[in-house]
Design a protein around this ligand. Structure first.
Ligand code: FAD
Length: 401
C-alpha cells in the first residue's frame, strides 16, 4: 500500500531522520502513549530518547551543536511524533520556538550562552504570551517590566505555559515603558525577556512562582501552567536581542513557525485517526460483512484520507516557503487553520467508525478525540487565522480601481 502523506523531493538526510523518528514513534511512543496519558504522567523515558536522537537541536545551527535542519524537516518530525502522541510534540514545540527566536533575534552572547545547551536538551524552553485576561489579543498584555539600574523588575501573571514546570528557560512577553513614552502603540512597547529558572513547581526563582499543573481534558502528560512574577529581577542582558520594544515582533515570528508546527501536529493526529479507523473498519462485522464493505464507511474513509493528504500538502508548502526565506504568514495561517479543522473532523469520523467502542478508554481513538480540540486553539484560534488570512488576501488582491 502506498502510505498517505508522502513528501516528495526530500534529501537522503531528511529521509533518514524521518525514518529514525518513525521507528522511534512506533516502538517507543505508540505502545505506551495511551496508558501514560490516562495517568497524566510526564513521558520521561520518551523525552530522554528524543534527547539522544538530537531532536531538541534539530533546527539549531551546527555551530551551536545542533543539526541545522530546515523547518520542513522539523515539521515532518513533529508530524511523525504527533502521530504517536500529540503531547510529546508539545514538549519539543515550545523549546523549538524559543530556540528559533534566539537564533533569529538573540545577541551573540545570548546565542552562545543558551543554544548549545538547548541543542543538547539540557536547557528546555517555554514561551509565554498569554495572560488570564487575554490570549488572542496580545496587545492587551498587562504584565510589566520597569528598569532599575542594570536590571528590570517584572510583575504580572501569565497563563497557559506549555512546559511551564519542566522548562528551565522561559521567553516572557511583557510591556516595558522604558524608552516608549505614553501613547506608544502597544506592540511597540513590548519586550521579550529570557527568564532562567529551576524546573519544577512553587517558587522556582526569587520573585517567580509556577503554581501546579492546570488539569486539562486532553494533551495530558505535558505540563501546562500559570507563571506569577512578583518583583522578579532580570538582568538587562537578558532582554532578547538586547533592545526593548521588539518583543511583539519577535514573538510573532516565533508563533509563525509555531503555526506550521501546529499544522504538522494536526496532520500527525489525523493520520493516526485514519490508521485506527481503517483498521477497525476491517475488523468489525455488521449485517454479515466487514463494515469497511458498507459504502457509507468507505465514503468516510475516502473523505478522511483526502483530508489527510490536503492538510499534509498545505503544511509542507508553508514550511518550504519559510525555508526559502520568503514571508509565509498566509500559508502558515491557512495550513494551521485547515489542518486543525480537518484533524478534528478525521478524528470524529474515526470515532464514529468505532461505534460504541470509540467511547471506551480501551481504544486509542478516545484519547485522540480529547486531544484534537487543543489544535483549534493553540498558536491562535481559527478566527484569528482567518483574520490573518483575510488581511493578507486583501493586501495581495488590492483593488486598483
Ligand atoms: C493547552 C493549551 C496550551 C497553551 N500553551 C500556550 C503557551 O505555551 N504559551 C502561550 O503564550 N499561550 C498558550 N496557550 C494559550 C493560547 O494561545 C490561547 O488560549 C489562545 O490564543 C486563545 O486565547 P484565549 O484562550 O484567551 O481566548 P480568547 O482570545 O478570549 O478568545 C475567545 C474566543 O473569541 C474568539 N475571538 C477572539 N478575538 C476575536 C476577534 N477579533 N474576532 C473574532 N473572534 C475572536 C476566539 O477565536 C475564541 O473563539 C495555550 C492554550 C491551551 C489551551
Amino acid at each position: 500500500m502506498s502510505r498517505l502523506a508522502q513528501t516528495h523531493g526530500l534529501t537522503d538526510v531528511q529521509r533518514e531522520i524521518l525514518s529514525t523518528v518513525r521507528d522511534f514513534v512506533d516502538k517507543e511512543i505508540i505502545p505506551v502513549a495511551t496508558e501514560l496519558e490516562h495517568r497524566d504522567e510526564y513521558p520521561q523515558d520518551i523525552v530522554d530518547g528524543l534527547k539522544e536522537l538530537g531532536l531538541f537541536g534539530l533546527m539549531i545551527p551546527e555551530e551551536y551543536g545542533g543539526l541545522g535542519e530546515s523547518l520542513l524537516t522539523y515539521a515532518l518530525c513533529v508530524e511523525e511524533i504527533a502521530r504517536g502522541w500529540m503531547s510529546v510534540s508539545g514538549i519539543i514545540n515550545t523549546h523549538f520556538i524559543v530556540a528559533y527566536m534566539l537564533k533569529q533575534h538573540g545577541t551573540r552572547e545570548q546565542k552562545d550562552h543558551f543554544l548549545p545547551r538547548m541543542a543538547a536538551g539540557d536547557i528546555r524552553g517555554a514561551f509565554s504570551m498569554s495572560e488570564p485576561a487575554l490570549g488572542s489579543d496580545v496587545s492587551a498584555i498587562s504584565s510589566k517590566a520597569v528598569r532599575d539600574g542594570e536590571e528590570y523588575v517584572l510583575n504580572g501573571q501569565k497563563m497557559w505555559l506549555t512546559n511551564g514546570g519542566t522548562s528551565s528557560l522561559v521567553a516572557v512577553l511583557v510591556k516595558s515603558d522604558e524608552g516608549h513614552p505614553e501613547g506608544t502603540a502597544p506592540h511597540k512597547s513590548m519586550t521579550t525577556f529570557l527568564v532562567e529558572k529551576e524546573p519544577g513547581f512553587g517558587e522556582v526563582r526569587p520573585g517567580l512562582t509556577i503554581p501546579g499543573k492546570i488539569d486539562k481534558m486532553g494533551y495530558k502528560g505535558v505540563d501546562t501552567t500559570e507563571l506569577i512574577m512578583d518583583g522578579l529581577r532580570i538582568p538587562a542582558n537578558r532582554v532578547l536581542g538586547g533592545v526593548t520594544g521588539r518583543g511583539f515582533y519577535q514573538m510573532m515570528d516565533g508563533v509563525e513557525v509555531g503555526r506550521v508546527n501546529v499544522a504538522a501536529r494536526g496532520c500527525g493526529v489525523a493520520q493516526r485517526a485514519f490508521e485506527l479507523g481503517v483498521r477497525y473498519a476491517q475488523q468489525r462485522h455488521t449485517f454479515g460483512k466487514q463494515i469497511a464493505q458498507h459504502q457509507a464507511i468507505q465514503f468516510k474513509l475516502a473523505e478522511m484520507a483526502t483530508k489527510v493528504e490536503a492538510a499534509h500538502a498545505m503544511m509542507v508548502n508553508a514550511a518550504r516557503k519559510k525555508d526559502s526565506g520568503e514571508r509565509n504568514d498566509l500559508e502558515a495561517g491557512m495550513a494551521k487553520y485547515l489542518a486543525s479543522e480537518y484533524c478534528k473532523e478525521v478524528v470524529e469520523d474515526a470515532f464514529r467508525i468505532h461505534g460504541g467502542y470509540g467511547f471506551s478508554k480501551e481504544y486509542e481513538i478516545e484519547r485522540l478525540y480529547r486531544e484534537a480540540p487543543m489544535l483549534l486553539i493553540g498558536e491562535g484560534t481559527a478566527e484569528i487565522q482567518k483574520m490573518i488570512i483575510g488581511r493578507r488576501l486583501l493586501e495581495e488582491y488590492r483593488f486598483q480601481g
